[in-house]
Design a protein around this ligand. Structure first.
Ligand SMILES: Cc1ncc(COP(=O)(O)O)c(C=O)c1O
Length: 404
């Protein structure tokens, strides 16, 4: 072969798929715990965690075992066939998170779709709004996924370019600005819901002020509109709790979970709400999905969540996150402008005069897999990361910044 193996794989990618993502240069072959191993066996510490899908660590043995066992028993039947795995999982998840009911979906964006549909149906059936009316307030710089609905919610013009027309009915307001949000609700009597990420992930780990989420909750309660919390990234130990909402002592009306709900094993997501909301959609045939709520998805999610509890990943995330931010602050580089976070969800703002790509490359040389988000860097290793891993991340940043 005249080309190297890596060039050959690059060629296949170029020929056979659109280039949505800029990829790291090496080919990876194995993932275990907090590490990704390239084809030559070199370990890289994963500070991206598949965008927070592998909080439990890559290829967790218990989740793999649950997957294999259920896959060999009964994987996917369609939801017309009753099984005894899914209802038990739903009871477990509802009781754990504190809601009456839940319906499952596949990817995170499908939970966003489900949460939106639920809110709109609630507005029609319960609030009595005429069909096709009702606005949902969203936050600027949100990220809810990549379907046309999620793009309609987005304020990122570059991700929307060329893709319209989009569904209507969203009003963006600045995140963490309760007065503008209140104003938007006052000026638009047809607002039916507010849908936000309690901690903005893709925007660069933006933590709201201490009482912001409570104020959003109070506003929703006062105006009798729904609070939808997209915790697809912030949930399930990432921020140091099962939900970021619980970190701030608030309870949304509709909660969206995804990503770590399967420990990265399968696309599994969930929409949770109490019966008084869920009743709006409790009708044969109004919603569904072939793969969602399969016995396989339910068995995997059951084990993935149990691992979070058994291994005390929320507590670990809180402790390791604190250690990480302390370590990062000790670097004292003029290139680091801000460090913030909750649990192992840390955002770092670096001086805009250094190139994000250069820093990412230097970090990669330090065997750290990182992912910039706009002018920020996200550091989100699996929430099972230990002290040694955290020191490796801090040292890697120190060395990388020194090279820039
Ligand atoms: C907050 C949030 N919502 C929704 C999504 C979409 O999830 P998925 O990529 O699984 O569709 C993401 C993905 O990054 C996310 O961070």
């Amino acid at each position: 072969m005249s080309t190297t193996y890596r060039e050959y794989i690059d060629q296949l990618n170029q020929e056979h798929t659109p280039g949505f993502y800029e990829q790291f240069k090496d080919i990876f072959k194995r993932a275990l715990g907090v590490f990704l191993y390239d084809i030559s066996g070199n370990p890289y510490l994963d500070c991206m965690s598949a965008f927070s899908a592998v909080n439990q660590g890559h290829c967790h043995d218990r989740i793999v075992a649950a997957l294999v066992q259920q896959a060999g028993l009964m994987a996917c039947t369609g939801q017309k066939i009753k099984n005894d795995v899914t209802p038990k999982f739903l009871k477990f998840l509802c009781e754990l998170i504190g809601f009456d009911q839940c319906f499952m979906a596949n990817s995170g964006v499908e939970a966003v779709e489900g949460g939106n549909k639920l809110a709109r149906k609630y507005a029609f059936e319960i609030m009595g709004l005429p069909m096709g009316q009702g606005k949902i307030i969203v936050a600027e710089h949100n990220f809810h996924g990549r379907t046309s609905l999620a793009l309609a919610m987005s304020t990122d013009q570059s991700s929307k370019r060329g893709f319209g027309p989009f569904p209507e009915g969203f009003i963006p307001v600045p995140f963490n600005d309760i007065e503008t949000m209140k104003d938007a609700v006052e000026r638009n009597p047809d607002v039916i819901a507010i849908c936000i990420e309690p901690i903005q992930g893709e925007a660069g780990i933006i933590i709201p002020d201490g009482n912001y989420l409570q104020q959003v909750r109070d506003l929703c309660t006062k105006k009798e509109i729904l609070f939808i919390a997209d915790e697809i990234q912030s949930g399930l130990s990432r921020c140091g709790e099962l939900t970021a909402c619980s970190l701030f002592n608030v309870k949304p009306d509709i909660l969206l979970l995804g990503k770590a709900l399967s420990g990265g094993m399968l696309p599994i997501s969930a929409v949770l709400a109490n019966k008084k909301v869920m009743v709006a959609i409790n009708e044969r045939g109004v919603h569904g999905s072939t793969f969602a709520a399969s016995p396989l998805a339910s068995a995997v999610a059951r084990e993935a969540v149990q691992v979070i509890l058994d291994e005390k990943l929320c507590e670990n995330s809180t402790r390791m996150g604190k250690l990480l931010r302390e370590g990062m602050r000790s670097i004292e580089s003029p290139l680091i402008l801000d460090i913030r976070g909750k649990g192992l969800m840390t955002g770092i703002t670096v001086d805009p005069k250094i190139s994000q790509k250069d820093l990412q490359r230097e970090l990669y040389e330090q065997k750290l897999i990182t992912c910039p988000a706009h002018e920020h860097f996200r550091i989100a290793p699996p929430t099972c990361a230990n002290q040694e891993n955290i020191h490796q991340i801090v040292d890697g940043f120190k060395n990388a910044l020194a090279q820039i």
